[in-house]
Design a binder for this molecule. Structure first.
Ligand SMILES: Nc1ncnc2c1ncn2[C@@H]1O[C@H](COP(=O)(O)OP(=O)(O)OP(=O)(O)O)[C@@H](O)[C@H]1O
Ligand SMILES: [Mg+2]
Length: 361
């Protein structure tokens, strides 16, 4: 799938601008703070319905405006898709081919993208929520079933947590087992899907990491081993675990077991990368995970996603830069940088210069 055209209206520092992209490499060049990342962020938003950098959509609206609009024309195996998002102060509207969609689940995944920026170090070095967020966004783009299970699960988790704070003990004793059944059902679906997805992603990540480090390092990703068997078996196990932790959950006022607490185990040469990797190792490991995501998306949906590389070239040494460029050949890539010439070494690409939220011809 390729993005042909992207129009931004009152989005971040853009008043109104239309980008036309090539099927191969597109280089967004410009000085700092001109709008390169903003453009990349807009593409990602149309793919996932979520921003990478922020929790509140309203920050996407250009200061002084009341609505930000992002729209894109994408072309893929299934034909042409027109995607649009209108973001207001306290709500948003999403459209696919001009039809308003009520649920974000129906919006995401129509166009797929993989995003990599220096901030992706967080994926390796920060806490488990970064890694869960990565998995959730990644799997959701390729599986609507996962995205809806996640939505249901979050609602059930909130309700269960509310119930745990309830003063009426009788009511709690009576209703908690019912919530536990529901919780376990969706939790198991999520856990099993993550486990299987990670199994696939791990192979690609190991291969990409070996490629980027010339075989010097081995990268291994795995999910917690506590989920074995099919969904039913995992759900049954979760019901038992919920019952066992009920007293503790009641004391703490929240649910202490389930996929909302899980993590990805990441090892470089057998050592836990989460606490012990160098900056360069962590960066390369994160990049390997993203390249694995590209390969997996391609396999699952039969066509490559749009690869967004935000400001990554300056962070890589020359051999890795060349390897990365070799790796992405043939993919549609939106790459941002401050010095286009130095990065590209004669690579064929479309160059787009950005200054002050405007494209400079
Ligand atoms: N809602 C908004 N309204 C107006 N301007 C905004 C809004 N959000 C962000 N900006 C501005 O957009 C500008 C460009 O941001 P962006 O992150 O795209 O820069 P960049 O070109 O990627 O720069 P760098 O090379 O430093 O990464 C920033 O100066 C920022 O203050
Ligand atoms: Mg930037």
């Amino acid at each position: 799938m390729v993005v042909k055209k992207l129009t931004l209206k009152n989005f971040r520092n853009y008043e109104e601008e239309t980008f036309v992209f090539d099927e191969g490499l597109n280089v967004l060049a410009g000085k700092n703070a001109q709008g390169k990342t903003n453009c990349a962020e807009a593409v990602f938003y149309l793919c996932t319905g979520a921003s990478l950098r922020i929790r509140h959509d309203r920050q996407l609206i250009r200061i002084g405006a009341d609505c930000a609009r992002i729209s894109a024309v994408a072309e893929g195996r299934g034909g042409t898709v027109f995607l649009e998002a209108a973001v207001y102060e306290n709500r948003r509207e999403l459209f696919v081919n001009g039809n308003k969609v009520g649920r974000s689940v129906d919006f995401l995944g129509n166009m797929k993208s993989v995003f990599f920026s220096p901030g992706e170090l967080r994926l390796i070095q920060d806490g488990p929520d970064e890694r869960r967020r990565f998995l959730n966004l990644s799997i959701s783009q390729t599986s609507r079933e996962y995205a809806s299970a996640l939505l249901r699960f979050r609602r059930i988790l909130d309700q269960r947590n509310d119930l745990l704070k309830e003063k009426d003990r009788g009511l709690v004793e009576e209703t908690l087992p019912i919530w536990d059944e529901q919780f376990a059902l969706y939790a198991a679906r999520i856990a099993c899907k993550r486990r299987d997805y990670l199994g696939e992603l791990s192979k690609g990540a190991a291969e990409a990491h070996a490629f980027l480090t010339d075989g010097a390092e081995q990268l291994a990703l795995s999910s917690d081993t506590k989920y074995r068997g099919d969904e039913e078996a995992v759900a049954a196990k979760l019901v038992r675990e919920l019952a066992a932790s009920r007293e503790r959950d009641l004391r703490l006022g929240f649910t202490t077991v389930g996929p909302h607490r899980d993590d990805i185990d990441i090892r470089i040469n057998g050592v836990d990368a989460r606490g012990f990797s160098s900056q360069g190792q962590a960066r390369t490991a994160a990049l390997s995970m993203k390249l694995a995501e590209v390969a997996l998306f391609t396999r699952l949906s039969g066509e490559p996603p749009v690869l967004i590389l935000d400001d990554v070239m300056s962070e890589l040494d020359l051999p890795r830069r060349k390897k990365l460029l070799a790796r992405i050949r043939g993919l549609q890539c939106i790459l941002t940088c401050t010095h286009a010439e130095r990065v590209l070494y004669g690579t064929e690409c479309r160059r787009i210069r950005i200054h002050g939220g405007k494209i400079i011809e």
